[in-house]
Design a protein around this ligand. Structure first.
Ligand code: CP
Length: 308
């Protein structure tokens, strides 16, 4: 890390109104979030600093981890939460995104968390809402709080991010997790290698076509599922063939460092991109640590954006 980066890290102040894109976050912003998340992880009874706030969780795409952990984070800090999903909302009557956003902005929550299938949906919301907007995932574009919780989990495991080598493997092309992680981890001094089946590699990011080369000396391997809901055409092989060639099994994990750890943002498809035995191996898998840490990261984000 450069001297300037180290200096910034020491200052660790937060300067954002919204968290919609990793590219807006400075090293200092990211460090402030990770440090505050660590504080919340150590704090058994956090102060109810958001007890007069109402947070709107607008999830127009399915979610388990992100939606529930944002709600848990808000409740832990004393806020109240309104959950809106596509089912049961006027989206099902054909209301478009702009009208939905303008309608909910008129109801004036204290913060909006939004997940939507359209790239740029959270950014659009930040231009309409007066309050802070947090991106819970927009199309193939970004999932910043996932990248933050992944960075937190890696920093916790290794003590520092600077100089780590992390492989992200699988359906990179359709993955907002890969994009946010690539930009955030690179910013924090991590060497990130993106690899997988050629049909699933993106044109907008640097990739390594040889999987074995990408895995060499890696400290961590992050596997991604096939995001069929975003694919324009089906894969040219069966899921069984895909697992054999690209799925994480003991042999492929052996290409990385001997004690390399395994991450997966979830949901996992066991026997497709990852062997269930590896996913469940407590010595190697950080999958459930990622989920737990997601609550602390989201508490930190809500605190930094909303504390008055
Ligand atoms: N990692 C993640 O975004 O999972 P969910 O889709 O369950 O929220």
């Amino acid at each position: 890390m450069t001297v300037a980066a180290v200096q910034k890290q020491k200052e660790a102040t937060f300067s954002q109104k919204h968290i919609t894109r990793v590219k807006d976050l400075s090293i200092s912003d990211i460090t402030a979030i990770l440090d505050l998340a660590k504080h919340y992880k150590n704090e058994r009874t956090p102060q109810k600093i958001l007890e007069n706030k109402v947070i709107l969780n607008l999830f127009l795409e399915n979610s388990t981890r992100t939606r529930v952990s944002f709600e848990m984070a808000a409740l832990r800090l004393g806020a109240r939460v309104i959950n809106v999903t596509a089912d049961g909302s006027s989206v099902k009557k054909g209301e478009n995104l702009d009208d939905t956003l303008r309608t909910l902005a008129a109801i004036a929550p204290d913060a909006l968390v939004i997940r939507h299938g359209e790239n740029g949906a959270a950014q659009k919301a930040s231009e309409i809402f007066e309050c802070p907007v947090l991106n819970g995932g927009d199309g193939t574009n970004e999932h910043p709080t996932q990248a933050l919780l992944d960075a937190f989990t890696l920093r916790e495991k290794f003590g520092s991010l600077d100089g780590l080598a992390v492989v992200i493997c699988g359906d990179i092309k359709h993955s907002r997790v890969a994009r946010s992680n690539f930009h955030l981890l690179t910013k924090m001094g991590v060497i990130v290698r993106l690899t997988g089946h050629a049909e699933l590699l993106p044109s907008d990011l640097p990739t390594v076509s040889d999987m074995r080369e990408a895995f060499k000396d890696a400290d961590a391997v992050m596997m991604l599922r096939l995001q069929k809901e975003r694919m324009e055409k089906t894969l040219s092989m069966t899921e069984g063939e895909y697992f054999k060639r690209y799925g994480l099994d003991a042999e492929k994990l052996g290409w990385a460092k001997p004690d390399a750890v395994v991450l997966h943002p979830g949901p996992m498809n066991r026997g497709v991109e990852i062997d269930g035995v590896i996913a469940d191996d407590p010595k190697r898998s950080l999958v459930l640590d990622q989920v737990s840490n997601g609550v602390f990261i989201r508490m930190a984000c809500l605190d930094l954006l909303l504390r008055t």
